[in-house]
Design a protein around this ligand. Structure first.
Ligand SMILES: *[C@@H]1O[C@H](CO)[C@@H](O)[C@H](O)[C@H]1NC(C)=O
Ligand SMILES: *[C@@H]1O[C@H](CO)[C@@H](O)[C@H](O)[C@H]1NC(C)=O
Ligand SMILES: *[C@@H]1O[C@H](CO)[C@@H](O)[C@H](O)[C@H]1NC(C)=O
Ligand SMILES: *[C@@H]1O[C@H](CO)[C@@H](O)[C@H](O)[C@H]1NC(C)=O
Ligand SMILES: *[C@@H]1O[C@H](CO)[C@@H](O)[C@H](O)[C@H]1NC(C)=O
Ligand SMILES: *[C@@H]1O[C@H](CO)[C@@H](O)[C@H](O)[C@H]1NC(C)=O
Ligand SMILES: *[C@@H]1O[C@H](CO)[C@@H](O)[C@H](O)[C@H]1NC(C)=O
Length: 333
């Protein structure tokens, strides 16, 4: 539609009107363009009210002509005229993109005077996490560096939340130096720019450390009755347990003794205590970072003589913890 030469002439005219019109606007109204805010992906109508005596009219995106009258110059299918009448000359932009942001101008000539309306289109994008650290597993004492990259318009804030202590760290990067086992937890990244509800994601940080036997007791036992020896060990990954008798003979399941392994502990269950069960048992807890052992007695109550049971932390883990127990032990004299 229309001949190119005429178009060019018209465009020239409009640009002249536009530059003149700016002066007119500055002098007459002296205000900033209206802002229209729209979410990316939505559609927006840019309104322009006109007089009935209008002879020329056009819409521009920056300095590019979108429409002159009903003649479309823009090749963009998303841009259409709506509600064209002799009172209104508005455009609709469908599926708004970030690149649509900027100044739009409706210009027209009425009663031989150029008139101009500016609108500034602001395109917002909800804050969104686009790249975040994978969950990590490190050994105690190592450094941990987490990142959480977010996008959005306006530029979103990024914070890291420590679930356990509620501490907050600002920014996309969270660095933990020489991590301790107590710092193993889910760290939450939250990004927000006020456009939509915050986006958040968690990163699990696992801290590995060698077993540490935390609880052990010498236990009295009566013949013909049941008895239990327990060995509790903190470890990540969880410890595997083994039990030994005095002479380092492995303890095995039989019809009067059962070994029950749980996630953080191992139990020796005596179903019918006999003479041969009394003695010194060593619990050996290990994982790939090291090991720890502890010894305890199953003793006959009555005849008394003090003797300490030892709790040894495996040297391979670089630990050496001794715990003295005040339990009174039976030893055959
Ligand atoms: C339009 O938005 C800009 C910042 O985005 C602001 O500086 C200006 O004051 C706003 N103008 C109006 C008329 O609201
Ligand atoms: C067109 O104008 C009518 C009445 O003024 C209004 O209700 C309607 O929303 C307008 N349509 C668009 C797409 O702006
Ligand atoms: C407006 O102009 C910008 C820059 O030239 C372009 O990227 C965008 O697609 C245009 N938008 C519309 C709705 O014409
Ligand atoms: C995510 O960000 C990290 C750190 O900036 C980078 O090394 C990695 O290549 C990014 N991954 C993707 C999928 O963009
Ligand atoms: C325990 O073992 C003894 C000797 O072997 C046996 O006489 C007794 O019946 C057993 N008691 C139970 C409750 O099984
Ligand atoms: C039990 O056995 C362990 C390992 O053999 C040993 O170190 C400890 O002294 C023993 N305890 C008692 C009370 O005999
Ligand atoms: C138990 O720990 C002690 C002290 O670290 C170590 O000398 C010993 O070899 C360990 N025992 C076993 C069975 O590993």
């Amino acid at each position: 539609m229309g001949c190119p030469l005429l178009r060019n002439t018209l465009a020239g005219l409009i640009l002249v009107l536009l530059s003149k019109g700016s002066d007119v606007l500055g002098a007459e109204f002296g205000h900033l363009p209206d802002n229209i805010t729209v979410l990316e992906g939505e559609s927006v109508t840019l309104r322009c009210r006109i007089d009935e005596e209008v002879t020329h009219k056009a819409w521009l995106n920056r300095s590019n002509i979108l429409f002159t009258g009903t003649d479309k110059w823009s090749l963009d299918k998303r841009v259409t005229l709506v509600n064209t009448s002799n009172r209104e000359f508005s455009i609709l932009i469908d599926k708004v993109q970030v690149t649509d942001e900027g100044p739009y101008t409706c210009t027209f000539q009425a009663n031989n005077k150029p008139r101009i309306t500016h609108v500034y289109l602001i395109v917002q994008v909800p804050a969104r996490i686009v790249n975040i650290s994978k969950s990590v597993s490190v050994n105690e004492g190592e450094n941990v560096n987490l990142y959480c990259l977010a996008v959005g318009r306006p530029e979103p804030t990024v914070t890291w939340k420590d679930q356990k202590y509620g501490l907050v760290s600002e920014g996309e990067f969270l660095d933990i130096t020489e991590i301790k086992r107590q710092q193993a937890e889910d760290y939450e990244c939250i990004t927000h720019n006020g456009v939509a509800p915050p986006d958040q994601q968690k990163v699990r940080v696992t801290v590995n450390y060698p077993p540490m036997i935390t609880d052990m007791k010498n236990m009295p036992a009566n013949l013909g009755k049941t008895a239990i020896l327990r060995c509790d060990a903190m470890a990540v990954p969880p410890a595997t347990f083994e039990w030994y008798r005095d002479d380092h003979r492995p303890v095995e399941n039989d019809n009067t003794l059962r070994i029950k392994n749980e996630k953080t502990r191992s139990l020796l269950l005596f179903t019918n205590v006999t003479e041969k069960h009394f003695g010194n048992y060593t619990c050996f807890a290990s994982n790939r970072l090291g090991s720890s052992n502890a010894s305890m007695l199953l003793f006959r109550p009555g005849a008394l003589q003090g003797r300490g049971a030892g709790l040894h932390a495996g040297m391979s883990a670089g630990l050496c913890v001794w715990v003295s127990l005040s339990a009174v032990l039976l030893v055959k004299v």
